[in-house]
Design a protein around this ligand. Structure first.
Ligand SMILES: Cc1cc2nc3c(=O)[nH]c(=O)nc-3n(C[C@H](O)[C@H](O)[C@H](O)COP(=O)(O)OP(=O)(O)OC[C@H]3O[C@@H](n4cnc5c(N)ncnc54)[C@H](O)[C@@H]3O)c2cc1C
Length: 703
């Protein structure tokens, strides 16, 4: 087979795999909710008076039945001990169905309880939350219980899904072909599928597809829609309400191991081993740009190495919340290795790149040479002090997790030391927080510090009122958030002032030292000064020997390659790409992601020998900035939002873009908790944060 054919096959396979991935993601997101809905519905049905499986059971079995019927639903709803509880409920249901008059819903109850015995509860359950901890706990029998659960998951779960599919298929086919020929015992245990809701050929097709497990989510969705439409139309063929629940559970969980769906997915995702001479693509930087590029190449017939100095990908837009004690570092960072664990062609390397040898196509990682065939530089940016590097020690910027935890320590230490001192001048200095730069980061920092001071610690100190803290936001230009429309800038300024932030526009920072700042000739004594005024690109331009622009960025061509180096690309904050209708693409996460995905498409085309894509064009999706816990501004061009609505949108977007479910839950939980309780959770002073504020105490009085 020619290499062109194999590339074409790879391409088709990659497209199908991408489609499967996309639909898989939707199903994975829906699955926990469906699982919760099913458990709540079963719990309600079992708990509701008059819905007991059978009152004559009570006469036969006595109090155990009542205990299961009262405690079982509560545990099922909470997702605690779901497997044993479901087993008891399954037994009661089967007893009720066989010893009393058969009921349409009982087979479905039994199937659903059986599902929970075989599969356990989903992520929105206490069982799931406690599973890992329990497995390693010294509690008696905990280890054995977890091993039994694993065994059920591995062996019984897939068989059970097969059984459910065959059971539904048999009911559909039997009903469609010869309903009257079914023996009485079979009709008691087979579900009333109301196959008459579908024309006979469709019912048979659905039965066949369910039987072999092909397109199961689609088949389940089709049956669910047909069944519920019948119910809404009020026809005689409507299914019991538990049938759609079972179909939904099957649809979102998939057909299981013994199905054609599973075979196809395994084939689509099976990576062909990269040949030793396969091109080596090195991506430096696991930020937004580098991650998007790596994700776009993870199935290519190439060796891909993703290098970063840290072992995690950082969600920088929420760094300010770590710096102001609202979130923990782990809430906004995900280990890169875990993201690509299922992609054996992609290697993750943790190391610092310090330079490169262009002639020999090598980069230097922690002193070792790493050869490349194609190189993508996505090393981002850091703080820029407009030629005043000496300000850095006195006015740290916010770019990394270390920056955030050290700023958090400075802010909290200032409050601690204000409590310790009896000198009012020193205390005023300690309680003055000055932020240089009123872009989104400066505005967000100022709003969050103001809220921390006004609401987060109001009863915590005895010698002073934290609400007396002075927060200044200093901006050289005429308005805050200059990249937003004027109306939104004005709104943001008013919101900041309502929080007690002193906003100073047209104010140039002239000097920063350990005692404070000189602004427009006026010295302001401040123990905590934060820098949010400028960024400068990583030194990648110097590595390449390229002339950078005035922000240190590498100027790249329309395909984001470096001029004169067609195998080297630069993306994100470290590159200057005139891709926004001829203007530079902005230093925003979506711009870096789009550029990363684009370079992946250029490299894919090269690897497959197909036509290169059109030049890169940045598509702006809007800008958002938040001011405290109630207000935000959102600029989508024609649509502009302010206030609470914009805040909710800001929150939803940030949750959505957090890459991992665990981080999403952690952030939502942290926000909800502090939103309603004003309790700021992560008030930890770590490292050497107190030292600067301590200088003020050590007699270094402000002038
Ligand atoms: C505090 C803050 C708030 C922000 N808020 C928003 C916002 O609300 N919305 C928005 O769209 N954008 C926001 N941004 C901007 C956005 O985060 C950046 O535009 C985006 O991260 C750029 O992506 P990137 O891939 O170019 O670089 P980055 O995401 O910065 O990634 C660069 C990566 O390269 C690695 N690296 C750097 N040098 C080396 C080296 N020598 N060796 C090995 N690895 C290296 C770094 O460790 C890092 O992982 C914010 C930025 C900050 C700092």
């Amino acid at each position: 087979m020619s290499s062109g054919d194999s590339h074409l096959r790879d391409e088709r396979r990659a497209q199908l795999a991408a489609l499967l991935d996309a639909s898989g993601t939707v199903l994975r997101l829906a699955a926990p909710l469906v699982d919760l809905l099913v458990r709540l519905s079963l719990a309600k049905a079992f708990f509701a008076p008059g819905m007991l499986p059978s009152s004559h059971l009570f006469a036969q079995t006595g109090w155990p039945t009542i205990i299961v019927q009262v405690a079982g639903p509560v545990l099922l709803a909470a997702g605690l001990w779901v497997r044993p509880v479901a087993l008891l409920m399954l037994v009661l249901t089967l007893l009720a169905q066989t010893s009393g008059p058969p009921q349409d819903e009982h087979p479905f109850w039994a199937a659903l309880f059986g599902w929970y015995v075989a599969q356990g509860a989903g992520p929105l359950s206490l069982d799931h939350l406690l599973a890992k901890g329990l497995g390693f706990s010294p509690l008696p029998l905990a280890g054995r219980a977890m091993a039994a659960a694993d065994w059920l998951d591995r062996w019984v779960g897939p068989l059970y899904r097969l059984a459910v599919r065959l059971w539904l298929a048999a009911a559909l086919a039997g009903d469609a072909l010869a309903p009257s020929m079914l023996p009485a015992t079979a009709s008691a245990m087979l579900p009333a599928t109301a196959s008459a809701m579908l024309p006979r050929p469709w019912a048979l097709l659905a039965a066949a597809l369910l039987g072999v497990g092909l397109g199961t989510p689609l088949v389940a969705a089709g049956l669910l829609v047909a069944g519920t439409s019948m119910a809404m139309a009020g026809t005689d063929h409507a299914m019991t309400v538990y049938a759609p629940l079972l179909l939904a559970l099957l649809g979102v969980s998939g057909a299981g191991r013994y199905s054609l769906d599973s075979l196809i997915a395994a084939r689509m995702h099976r990576p062909a081993p990269p040949a030793d001479d396969a091109p080596h693509i090195v991506i430096v930087g696991a930020g937004f740009g580098g991650m998007a590029c790596a994700a776009g190449l993870r199935r290519e017939r190439a060796r891909v190495t993703l290098v970063d100095r840290y072992n995690y990908h950082l969600f920088q837009p929420l760094l300010y919340q770590v710096a102001t004690a609202a979130l923990s570092p782990g809430d906004i960072a995900i280990p890169v290795r875990g993201v690509f664990r299922d992609h054996p062609r992609l290697r993750v390397l943790c190391g610092q790149v310090s330079g490169m040898d262009i002639a020999n196509r090598c980069i230097t990682v922690d002193g070792r040479r790493l050869p490349y065939d194609m190189l993508v530089l996505a090393t981002g940016a850091s703080h820029g002090y407009f030629g005043h590097a000496e300000w850095a020690a006195a006015a740290p910027g916010l770019k990394s997790l270390n920056d955030a935890t050290s700023i958090r320590s400075r802010i909290l230490a200032a409050f601690e030391q204000a409590e310790a001192t009896d000198d009012p001048v020193v205390r005023d200095t300690l309680l003055t927080f000055l932020i240089c730069g009123a872009g989104p980061t400066g505005v967000e920092l100022a709003g969050a510090i103001a809220e921390l001071a006004r609401h987060g610690m109001e009863k915590d100190f005895r010698n002073f009122d934290p609400a007396s803290a002075r927060i200044l936001l200093v901006q050289a230009g005429p308005r805050v958030l200059p990249q937003f429309a004027e109306r939104l800038s004005a709104f943001a300024r008013a919101s900041l002032e309502a929080l007690g932030v002193e906003v100073r526009v047209n104010s140039r920072v002239e000097m920063i030292d350990a005692k404070g700042v000189v602004v427009n000739g006026e010295r302001i004594a401040a123990a905590t000064v934060l820098w949010a005024a400028g960024v400068v690109a990583s030194p990648a331009a110097a590595w390449l020997g390229q002339e950078p622009d005035n922000a240190g960025r590498i100027k790249v061509g329309p395909d984001l390659s470096v001029p004169g180096l067609p195998n080297v690309f630069a993306i994100g904050d470290t590159a200057l790409a005139l891709a926004w209708d001829g203007q530079p693409a902005p230093g925003l996460a979506p711009a870096a992601k789009q550029a990363g995905a684009y370079v992946a498409s250029v490299l894919r085309a090269r690897l497959r020998g197909s036509n290169p894509p059109q030049p890169f064009r940045y598509r702006h999706q809007g800008s958002l900035a938040t001011i405290g816990r109630k207000s935000a501004v959102a600029d989508f061009g024609r649509v502009k939002l302010t206030g609470a609505l914009a805040w909710w949108l800001w929150g939803a977007v940030h949750i959505l873009f957090l890459a991992r479910r665990r981080n999403q839950f952690a952030v939502i939980l942290g926000w909800v908790w502090s939103y309603f309780t004003f309790d700021v959770g992560v008030r930890l002073i770590t490292g050497d944060g107190p030292s600067r504020a301590g200088a003020a105490l050590a007699g270094e009085q402000p002038e």
